[in-house]
Design a binder for this molecule. Structure first.
Ligand code: ADP
Length: 245
């Protein structure tokens, strides 16, 4: 493996009196890797992404991303960390509807200190790459679900983050729009950006990665090559199985 970008050590997270959403999870993701997280609903996948994004804190264990101890950050520091390191493609990570598409996409760079003109030039490039430049001056509420998702992808890429976290990035999309988003994520990963993605879309999983991590009941049940995934998501365990201790 290359240099690790993400290291979770013995991470546990429990909400209220429920069973642990994550139970003693250790996971290392190398810089430039693409990893797909699979698992049944409620198994802890979103909790894992939220902890890596610094949107939530573990009850135990450590989360380190690109040298930053994310588990210990306060809110302001976590926001700075996300701006610098993480592009998030989350379905419910809302766009701001009182701003234009171009302003939404440019915002992360302006918050990070880029001048407005330069930020808007980069936003225009990204919107063009994603095939939605004609909507630059529209407000997100006027766009289709697929178009909004592409705007969210553009915004996530604005600051050229070393890490892209995606939670069901094709969930709200029709097949063509889903294929576009999948292709874009593959290209970004090929250029060296690390990708951690939760998806039930096995065609997407297969096209984007050779490593799948399966979570069941808050634990890593399997960490394997993607070659053996059946269409129903079963049968992963044919290569490189490496169950976490
Ligand atoms: P997945 O993404 O695999 O569907 P989640 O990480 O969303 O699973 O949830 C794991 C468990 O934690 C579930 O039992 C869920 O109900 C619980 N959970 C997740 N978020 C919260 C929350 N904010 N408050 C209370 N329970 C939560």
């Amino acid at each position: 493996m290359t240099e690790p970008l993400i290291e979770l050590r013995d991470v546990s997270r429990r909400y209220d009196d429920g069973p642990p959403a994550l139970n003693d999870v250790s996971l290392t993701v190398g810089a430039g890797e693409a990893v797909v997280i699979l698992g049944p609903s409620g198994s802890g996948k979103s909790t894992l992404l939220n902890l890596i994004a610094g949107l939530d804190r573990p009850d135990a264990g450590t989360v380190t991303v690109d040298g930053v101890r994310v588990d210990g950050l306060g809110e302001a520091a976590a926001a700075r960390y996300r701006r610098a390191k993480v592009g998030m493609v989350f379905q419910f990570f809302h766009l701001l509807d009182d701003m234009t598409v171009a302003d939404n996409v440019a915002l992360p760079a302006q918050l990070a200190g880029m001048a407005r003109g330069a930020a808007h030039r980069r936003a225009a490039e990204l919107l063009e790459t994603l095939g939605i430049d004609r909507h630059a001056r529209a407000h997100p509420g006027r766009l289709s679900g697929g178009e909004r998702q592409r705007v969210a992808v553009a915004r996530a890429l604005m600051n050229r983050p070393p890490l892209i976290l995606a939670d069901e990035p094709t969930g709200a999309l029709d097949t063509a729009a889903g294929d576009d988003v999948g292709r874009l994520l593959r290209e970004l990963n090929a250029e060296g950006q690390t990708l951690v993605m939760v998806t039930h879309d096995l065609a997407l999983a297969r096209s984007c990665t050779r490593r799948t991590v399966r979570i069941v009941d808050g634990r890593i049940a399997e960490d394997a090559g993607v070659q053996g995934i059946g269409m129903d998501g079963t049968g992963v365990a044919d290569t490189g199985v490496e169950v976490a201790p």
